[in-house]
Design a protein. Structure first.
Length: 318
């Protein structure tokens, strides 16, 4: 892997020469802009607005636009002479538990390679110290013209660094929450839990980009002059409003179980929707005391009628 930055990790008084390499790569398919009429490429040219002519890259530098619109030229020497200790150093400032890092801050990932044989010993020392402490290192470093925040952790036998956003670069989330107050019933939570349990865990290595595969097949078909095969659409898409949340959850659980070739039985839920709760309630039973009294009255009537019934006379023989 090609290094994009050479420097050192500053671990107290210990300096560890390292190379910075990208830990991730982009597999997205890129497109070119074309002229629809004839398919010609659309290209962009860098033009000086004062001379109205194209400028080569080696004639282009940096400049800061002031509030009044004037441009202040900034050279690479100006930036290199700034009194920043992290210009060529990843300076570790603290060690914290990994759960203290907000995932919203996480950015680009890099691998830190030991640069040369003398760096192997201090590199291994820092790696093993991170392993034993179960913590991550918070560091400051400068890259591409600005100072950045980073988090160092161990991946297998390599020290990896994640670029972090500064805390003031994270927006507050209050505007993203629903405006109205929503109440969720226990029955709905039970079905949501059932859906989570049914979906279960997944092997992250088994996940892949279906959209990219479909785009590659479409491009291959167009290049060969054949029509691409139609991909069946999954049911339930479209992002429409959910009319019956309970029904949607039940259907989701059944679909997830079917996908896993499991039993499709879903735990019975008494409250399916607001309609089912509007059924007429059965007639109220009489209180237990009245029932007992009624039984006693009926028994008393039977007993009285039995006493009043005349006894039949015996027949005498002739």
């Amino acid at each position: 892997m090609r290094s994009i930055w050479n420097g050192a990790i500053s671990f107290g008084l210990v300096s560890i020469p390292i190379k910075l390499v990208n830990a991730t790569e982009n597999h997205s398919i890129s497109f070119r802009q074309i002229h629809l009429e004839d398919g010609g490429r659309i290209r962009y040219h860098k033009v000086c607005e004062l001379e109205d002519k194209e400028v080569a890259n080696d004639e282009i530098g940096k400049g800061y636009e002031d509030a009044d619109g004037s441009i202040i030229p900034i050279t690479e020497d100006d930036l290199a002479q700034l009194p920043i200790p992290t210009a060529r150093t990843i300076e570790i400032v603290s060690f914290v538990p990994a759960e203290r890092i907000d995932p919203l801050q996480m950015g680009t990932a890099y691998y830190l390679q030991a640069n040369g044989v003398p760096a192997a010993k201090p590199y291994t020392l820092l790696r093993e110290a991170l392993k034993r402490s179960n913590k991550v290192a918070i560091a400051k470093f400068a890259l591409r013209g600005r100072e950045r925040l980073g988090m160092l952790r161990v991946v297998d036998d390599v020290i990896a660094m994640h670029g972090l956003l500064w805390p003031d670069e994270i927006r507050a989330p209050e505007d993203a929450a629903p405006d109205s107050h929503v109440t969720v019933r226990d029955a709905e939570l039970d079905l949501a839990d059932a859906l989570m349990d049914t979906l279960g865990e997944v092997d992250m290595d088994s996940l892949h980009d279906d959209y990219r595969d479909a785009v590659e097949e479409m491009i291959e078909s167009k290049a060969s002059g054949t029509e691409p095969a139609e991909t069946p659409k999954k049911p339930g898409g479209g992002g429409g409003k959910v009319i019956d949340l309970m029904s949607a959850l039940e259907s989701s659980v059944r679909a997830a179980k079917k996908a896993r070739n499991e039993d499709e039985d879903v735990a019975e839920v008494t409250e399916l929707s607001s309609r089912s709760r509007k059924k007429k309630s059965p007639a109220k039973k009489a209180p237990a005391k009245k029932t007992t009294a009624a039984k006693k009255t009926t028994a008393a009537k039977k007993s009285t009628s039995a006493k009043k019934k005349p006894t039949p006379k015996k027949k005498t023989s002739a």
